[in-house]
Design a binder for this molecule. Structure first.
Ligand code: CTP
Length: 469
């Protein structure tokens, strides 16, 4: 096992929770757990209140005060019992604990706030073994047992470092928003490669698609083939050791994977603090300077009702890709596009074009004299009266210079919004389209989109400078 460098030790000191934080987090768990236990007793239900996720694995980061509390109901309960009765009992508990909101992932759960600590209360089944048909919620207690049985305390610190590294380069989190690695996937990577540096060393040589043997000797060719056929579009395959039919790498996009591979390579060459620093919001003045003389546009949707984060991020990503393809069809060169949401009721597409304007006429090249006459006459018919031409050029081929319907990207995006706003919750919402300006930047900063805007506009991640020196 590689020991930590001075830099890594310094980073670890900052990201490892302090004793006070442990007291706060574990004390909050006790308080919440006592309330739930009282509600269960009053209702004559016997269920286990358990701590799961990174706090139970002891791989959480300082300042991340999120608890995953799973209440495990008897194995004989049906899924409906869990969703109705289990959920009702947790809701009753949440009302006694503090502020709460209802959430929905694969099935409903509740997020409660106790001071600065947030806890997800999740009703699940108390299974003795994991049959293949259960949901991801039921796998979680098995993950906790697995991680605590396989990772040493030292390796858990290496997990913290790798999580922080991935956060800083923007690839941590399996949600739709990030398309990166889940905390559990990070834990398994450290388990497979042993430590932080060995993981980065391996990752720096990856060529997608990648298979990672997360199962030691129980990994078989059948598992590999099954994952390949169940997840044909994945770039990285990591079977879940507690349920090998599931690919833990399914959430990772090619962009996230490529970012992790390159950042790992650069870190191995030139380790530096930049690889552990998350985007800092620049000043208004800096942002306005960066945006100057470029064609950066924002397409802003304000939703009438709050939606779950995965839904809204998924929909805005789809619309963003659609808009980008749409603009290319009209002859606009798209430099980049990216999305941001507050995870509730605002969704924004940022799109940069090489130019916000197109020339008034577009050149079309047609068939040549050696082609069939029918193709030639069709071309003449299609272009006649559309501008200037058709004419025969020096190579004996037809050309035509036709007037463009749109020459202004803003006008095109504003008026044709129905053509690209194609997702279920955005399709009837007319977006506002803004050209990047000081006022727009102020508005985006107020909405909380500053870090995103900075990354989108400044383009090169800070750590990339370290790839060459
Ligand atoms: N989980 C999973 N797959 C995911 C996300 C979560 O299996 N894509 C399960 C894992 O069992 C994980 C648990 O849900 O241990 C809690 O996940 P989450 O709260 O999202 O993250 P943590 O692993 O707790 O990591 P951290 O809070 O440090 O980001």
């Amino acid at each position: 096992m590689h020991s930590l460098s001075d830099l890594e030790r310094q980073i670890l000191m900052k990201i490892k929770p302090s004793h006070d934080e442990y007291r706060l987090i574990l004390g909050s768990f006790e308080k919440i757990s006592d309330v739930i236990k009282a509600v269960l007793a009053e209702n004559n239900i016997s269920a286990e209140v358990t701590l799961q996720g990174s706090v139970a694995h002891d791989t959480w980061l300082s300042g991340d005060w999120d608890l995953d509390i799973f209440v495990l109901f008897p194995e004989k309960w049906t899924r409906e019992d869990i969703e109705k009765e289990g959920f009702r009992l947790l809701l009753e508990s949440a009302k006694r604990i503090g502020n709460y909101e209802l959430r929905y992932a694969e099935h409903p759960y509740i997020r409660v706030k106790l001071g600065k600590v947030e806890a997800d209360l999740v009703p699940a089944l108390n299974l003795s073994d994991l049959s293949a048909t259960k949901t991801s919620v039921d796998r979680t207690p098995f993950h906790t047992k697995y991680i605590n049985a396989t990772l040493s305390d030292e390796q858990k610190d290496h997990v913290r470092l790798l999580k922080k590294f991935m956060k800083a380069i923007g690839v941590y989190g399996a949600e739709v928003k990030t398309h990166g690695f889940s905390g559990y996937a990070v834990e398994l990577l450290i388990g497979v490669y042993g430590d932080f540096k060995s993981t980065l060393k391996e990752a720096s040589t990856w060529q997608p698609p990648i298979f990672i043997n997360t199962m030691g000797e129980s990994f078989t060719k059948e598992i590999k083939d099954l994952l390949l056929s169940r997840y044909p579009d994945s770039y990285i395959y990591m079977p879940d050791p507690v349920d090998p039919r599931r690919n833990l790498g399914a959430s990772v996009s090619l962009k996230s994977l490529a970012t992790f591979i390159l950042a790992s390579w650069c870190y191995m060459r030139n380790p530096s603090v930049e690889f552990f620093v998350e985007t800092i919001e620049p000043s208004l003045e800096d942002l306005v300077n960066i945006l100057d003389k470029r064609c950066i546009l924002f397409v802003i949707y304000e939703l009438p009702e709050a939606l779950p984060p995965d839904v809204i991020w998924g929909e805005i990503q789809r619309v963003s890709s659609r808009l980008s393809n749409y603009l290319e069809i009209f002859g606009l060169n798209v430099v980049d596009h990216s999305v941001w949401s507050n995870g509730k009721d605002i969704a924004i597409i940022g799109i940069e074009l090489e130019s916000c304007w197109l020339s008034s006429y577009k050149l079309y090249r047609g068939p040549c004299i050696s082609h069939e006459k029918e193709r030639i006459t069709n071309f003449i018919q299609a272009h006649l009266g559309k501008g200037y031409g058709p004419w025969i050029d020096r190579d004996g081929c037809l050309s035509s210079l036709d007037r463009r319907r749109y020459t202004d990207a803003v006008e095109l995006i504003t008026s044709r919004w129905k053509d690209y706003s194609v997702s279920p919750h955005l399709k009837n919402l007319k977006p506002t389209v803004e050209v990047a300006s000081k006022d727009v930047v102020i508005d985006l900063l107020m909405k909380g989109a500053g870090a995103w805007l900075s990354e989108f506009a400044s383009k090169m991640p800070k750590w990339m400078e370290k790839c060459i020196s």
